[in-house]
Design a protein around this ligand. Structure first.
Ligand code: ATP
Length: 203
C-alpha cells in the first residue's frame, strides 16, 4: 500500500496548532488530533484502562468507566514520574491508532498529525517533517485563558513546565510557523502546502 507523507504540527499549549490545522483542512489536507484521540482512547481501550488503574489507583475511572481527569491531572502534575508513566502508557496506543488512520487515508499525498508533545515523547521520529507553531508564552497564556475560562494561569504554568522550551523545539523542527501576530497565518500555511504538495514521498 502507498504511504502518504506524514507531517507533524506541534507547539506549546495555546500556540495555535488547531487553528493552523484548520487552515490545512480548508485546503483538503486531513489532520489527526493526537490529544483529542488520546482522550477517546483513554475512555475506550480496556487494556489501557486497566494499566491506568494499576498506576493511578481505583479512582482513576469513575463509576461510569470515564476517566477521572481531575484525579489523574493532580497526580501527574505533582509527581513527574507519574506524568512520564502516563505518557509511556498512552503514547503507543495513540501511535497505533494513528497508523490505522493513515492506512485509511492512504490515497492522500500527505497527512497531518497534531500533538502538543512531539519532541518530548519521541513521536516526531514517526513523522517525515515537523512544523513548530511558535508564539511567546505570555500571548499563549492570554489566548488559552480567553478560550478556556475554567483554567487558571497557575494551571497553564504547570502544563508549560512539562513542555520543552521554544528554543529547544525550534532547533528540532523542520519548519516554523510564527503565530505572534507579526505575520499572517494563512500565507505561511499556503507556502508549506505548496512545498509538501510538490515533495516526493520517500520510504
Ligand atoms: P492547545 O495546545 O490547548 O490544544 P493550540 O495550540 O491548538 O492549543 P489553538 O486552540 O489553535 O491553540 O489557539 C489557542 C487560542 O488562541 C484559540 O482560541 C485560537 O482561536 C486563538 N488564536 C490562535 N492563533 C490566533 C491568531 N493568530 N489570532 C487570533 N487568535 C488566535
Amino acid at each position: 500500500m502507498r504511504k502518504p507523507m506524514c507531517i507533524g504540527v506541534t507547539g506549546g499549549i495555546g500556540s495555535g496548532k488547531s487553528i493552523v490545522c484548520k487552515i490545512f483542512n480548508a485546503l483538503d489536507v486531513l489532520s489527526y488530533d493526537a490529544d483529542s484521540r488520546a482522550k477517546i482512547i483513554l475512555n475506550t481501550d480496556e487494556v489501557l484502562k486497566e494499566q491506568i488503574k494499576d498506576e493511578f489507583g481505583p479512582f482513576a475511572y469513575d463509576e461510569d468507566g470515564k476517566l477521572n481527569r481531575g484525579h489523574i491531572s493532580k497526580m501527574a502534575f505533582s509527581m513527574p514520574e507519574k506524568l512520564a508513566r502516563l505518557n509511556q502508557l498512552v503514547h503507543p496506543r495513540v501511535t497505533a491508532d494513528f497508523v490505522t488512520w493513515t492506512d485509511e487515508h492512504h490515497s492522500h499525498h500527505y497527512l497531518i498529525k497534531e500533538a502538543a508533545l512531539m519532541f518530548e515523547t519521541g513521536s516526531y521520529k514517526e513523522l517525515d517533517k515537523v512544523i513548530l507553531v511558535s508564539a511567546p508564552q505570555s500571548l499563549r497564556i492570554e489566548r488559552v485563558l480567553a478560550r478556556d475560562p475554567y483554567r487558571t494561569e497557575a494551571d497553564l504554568q504547570k502544563i508549560m513546565a512539562n513542555q520543552m522550551s521554544e528554543e529547544e523545539k525550534m532547533k528540532r523542527a523542520d519548519f516554523v510557523i510564527v503565530n505572534d501576530e507579526s505575520e499572517l497565518l494563512i500565507p505561511q500555511v499556503l507556502r508549506l502546502h505548496d512545498l509538501f504538495s510538490n515533495m516526493e514521498i520517500t520510504g
